[in-house]
Design a protein around this ligand. Structure first.
Ligand code: HEC
Ligand code: HEC
Ligand code: HEC
Length: 129
């Protein structure tokens, strides 16, 4: 019994320190890309690419540009290219300064119907982009 407890101590200690630090700066974000299907099928948004590759933090998007609930933006009438060109939603950054402009590289965001079908079929996303 004592031995068992001793073995457990390092785990408990590292847990006690690790958990609060983790909770403070990096909350959990969805691992799988979010796919928008309205009004057009389909647009891909990948948290991982924005957070780990581009180095953004939650505050850069939540909750001013986007709610932390998939499907919210899609309910808005103005979730379209015009809004993006006017600096709303993705267009707040995809303006040619902070990130590639919304009127360029259409297919980087738009994966189309085929891309959408492919993503439904594959549980783990491939790293092709
Ligand atoms: C570059 C912008 C951006 C950043 C940075 C970002 N998010 Fe998001 N997040 C989104 C978008 C877009 C959605 C989908 C919102 C919608 O559909 O209306 C979303 C949705 C979510 C959701 C809901 C998922 C679901 O299935 O309902 C959670 C949880 C979330 N984000 C957590 C985070 C956390 C935690 C961070 C920081 C580590 C973060 N996000 C950083 C853009 C971002
Ligand atoms: C807070 C700023 C910000 C917002 C908001 C944002 N992005 Fe990005 N995005 C970036 C940055 C920075 C990059 C990386 C630099 C680049 O590619 O120009 C990036 C890259 C991307 C990429 C390329 C990823 C890759 O490497 O394959 C896609 C696709 C993308 N964003 C889609 C979206 C979509 C769709 C939305 C809205 C739902 C969105 N982004 C909202 C900042 C943002
Ligand atoms: C930064 C990501 C991004 C880029 C780049 C982008 N789009 Fe979009 N697009 C979106 C999002 C987000 C929506 C709304 C969600 C949906 O329809 O699935 C959308 C919606 C649309 C729509 C339907 C709504 C509307 O405005 O009529 C069309 C058409 C469209 N895009 C065409 C284009 C074309 C053409 C290009 C290139 C010139 C382009 N998009 C580039 C993200 C992007």
């Amino acid at each position: 019994m004592k031995r068992w407890l001793l073995l457990l101590i390092p785990f408990l200690i590292s847990f006690a320190f690790y958990q609060p630090l983790w909770g403070q700066d990096e909350e959990e974000y969805p691992e799988e890309p979010i796919i928008f299907t309205k009004p057009v099928k389909a647009v891909v948004f990948d948290h991982k690419k924005h957070i780990e590759d581009a180095g953004l933090s939650c505050d850069d998007c939540h909750d001013e540009l986007f709610e932390m609930a998939a499907g919210t933006a899609e309910e808005n009438e103005d979730f379209n290219m015009e809004a993006l060109y006017n600096g709303k939603y993705c267009g707040a950054c995809h303006n040619g300064e902070m990130a590639f402009a919304s009127n360029r590289k259409c297919t980087t965001c738009h994966i189309g119907v085929l891309g959408w079908q492919r993503m439904q079929g594959t549980p783990k996303k491939g790293k092709h982009h």
